[in-house]
Ligand binder design. Sequence first.
Ligand code: FES
Length: 127
Amino acid sequence: MSAETVRRDVVVAGLSDLRERERIVVDVDGLELGVYFHAGEVRAWHNVCPHQGGPVCQGKIMPRTVQLVREGRKSGGPGFHPTDRNIVCPWHGFEFDILTGRHPADSRVGLRPIPVRVEGDDVIVTI
Ligand code: FES
């Protein structure tokens, strides 16, 4: 006899509510996840940081830091990307792109995705 994993869909938020809040952190049967709305997209990530297991989805959402370049290829100092956003883990500050889940300096490191979709106003995860 083989053990079979049964997956199921769970409505975790209303899209209109998620749009306003940008992020919610929910517990679905002991699985904590962060659900995000950014740039018209919805993503869900497991709330465990790949660094040391911190509650990454409870971290701040910050614009991605960029190096500004002025005319003549001179440095304009640090600045912020106009649209890209990172999730900043509250334990040690590792950052992850809100849409890809990837660490900006090492694309091998990233958050664990949870399948998510929108039907009408329902935001539904599959766990
Ligand atoms: S546990 Fe997230 S940065 Fe260390």
